[in-house]
Ligand binder design. Structure first.
Ligand SMILES: NC(=O)CC[C@H](N)C(=O)O
Length: 445
């Protein structure tokens, strides 16, 4: 039944079997309950921007979210307070230190970033707490919307964190003593422990990562969990700080915004492509899952997901640069006329952004330099024109017209039109034939 998409699942299964044999690393034991899990558990999950779900191994096994909660609570804080207010309290600089280090800015006491514990405790404390909407209720609701289902708390892990939480309590008191902490340290840490104890599966984490990759819209539910600018900022902080003191090496080799947690969860987001997640509780010394690191690294390489790697450039934007007399489908008389008149035709396809618009403009100049009298731009197969691209194409056309060219656009969907104007270039046509015919008609004829 899934004969075709099985190829995607097979790729995940392949990675799963490649790395399942690795048993390097240690279970986190500073939170006693975390040391009780099955060290062999290993799951991989991938969710596309269309909400297609793929899993291998233990993708449905529950575990606590731990530090993977941090980017999502940061997203909530940004949504409620805005970037300027949040930045007053917590910085966005990589600390180059371990997750539980005393990463506080000299002088201000501001935590270095929201991905280390100090910054995460502060970020949690920034979430408003009102009788109608208590702080933790808001956080659980937000994490659940990112996952696309109602999540709950593993009370045993929560109590275990409370028992073992002296270092986090110390951090909260330290922040309070050196600088900013808007609430009581005990309350801040208590909520932070609960947030870390929220139960998820690798498939849930893939949905959460996919929501960030998808501009804040959950691809499973269609719910706009956060706005696009918020999603973009969270991904930026994940890219620079998400892997603590291993963030630089991770960006170098894997090249994706990511976040790890000490229970063995790991997420990575391929913007506009995929949400990825893994679960395997054996950790390296930075607190990152060993198998997860290897598997997501391999997946990124296999799928060409590195952010700096040719960012999803559409293959071809310009599908045709020619003169109308080269068009074999045109009637003979029209081709004769076109030969005399030299009508150049440029056809484009797909979604036009800045990059694509530059290609189209270059092709228009190329067509124009064929000593054309008239230039036709065919947008019939264009699916979208962004605001920036529209402005560029309009001004490019204005330039051609000012240079004495007749110009026409095949734009039945009115993609170049702006509110308040009827037509774009001198004329807008529904078909290429009409546009060419108009161009070769004798002036005034
Ligand atoms: N890196 C982590 O996952 C740390 C989370 C854990 N609850 C702690 O605060 O120590």
């Amino acid at each position: 039944m899934n004969a075709a998409t099985d190829a995607v699942t097979d790729a995940l299964r392949d990675l799963h079997s490649r790395f399942a044999g690795i048993d390097d690393g240690e279970l986190a034991d500073y939170i006693p309950q975390l040391a009780l899990v099955d060290p062999e558990a290993f799951g991989l999950a991938l969710i596309s921007m269309d909400g297609h779900r793929y899993g291998a191994g233990d993708a449905g096994v529950p575990f606590t979210i731990q530090s993977v909660s941090k980017p999502f609570v940061y997203a909530l804080a940004l949504s409620v307070l805005g970037i300027d207010e949040v930045s007053r309290w917590v910085n966005a600089e990589p600390s180059g230190e371990a997750f539980n280090a005393i990463s506080l800015e000299l002088g201000t006491g501001r935590p270095d970033n929201p991905m280390v514990n100090a910054g995460a405790i502060l970020t949690t404390a920034l979430i408003p707490d009102t009788p109608g909407a208590p702080r933790f209720g808001r956080i659980l609701d937000c994490l659940s919307r990112f996952a696309g289902r109602m999540l709950d708390v593993d009370e045993q892990v929560y109590f275990s964190e409370v028992v073992a939480g002296d270092r986090n309590r110390a951090l909260a008191y330290l922040i309070r003593s050196t600088g900013p902490l808007p609430v009581d340290p005990v309350a801040a840490v208590e909520t932070y422990f609960r947030q870390c104890s929220v139960r998820v599966t690798a498939m849930d984490l893939a949905a959460m990562a996919a929501t960030l990759a998808n501009g804040g819209v959950n691809p499973l539910t269609g719910d706009t969990v956060v706005t696009e600018p918020v999603a973009v900022r969270v991904l930026a902080v994940m890219a620079t700080c998400g892997m603590y003191d291993a963030s630089g090496d991770w960006l170098l080799r894997v090249g994706l915004p990511a976040k790890s947690g000490v229970s063995g969860g790991l997420i990575a987001a391929g913007p506009a492509r995929f949400g990825l997640a893994s679960y395997s509780p054996l950790l390296d010394p930075t607190g990152t899952s060993v198998r997860g690191h290897r598997a997501i690294g391999a997946l990124s390489e296999r799928l060409g997901l590195h952010l700096m790697h040719n960012p999803a450039l559409a293959g071809s934007t310009v599908t045709l640069v020619t003169t109308a007399d080269d068009l074999p489908s045109a009637p003979k008389a029209e081709r004769e006329r076109a030969r005399r008149e030299r009508v150049a035709v440029v056809a484009a396809q797909g979604a036009l952004d800045f990059t694509a618009a530059e290609r189209v403009l270059y092709a228009l100049d190329e067509a124009d330099s064929r000593e054309a009298v008239a230039v036709v731009l065919d947008l019939l197969r264009v699916t979208d024109v962004g605001t920036v691209a529209r402005a560029m194409l309009r001004s490019g056309f204005a330039g051609l017209t000012a240079g004495g060219r007749r110009t026409a656009v095949v734009d039945p969907a009115g993609r170049l039109r702006e509110p308040g104007d009827e037509v774009v270039a001198p004329w807008c046509f529904a078909t290429r034939e009409e546009a060419v015919a108009w161009c070769i008609r004798e002036p005034g004829g």
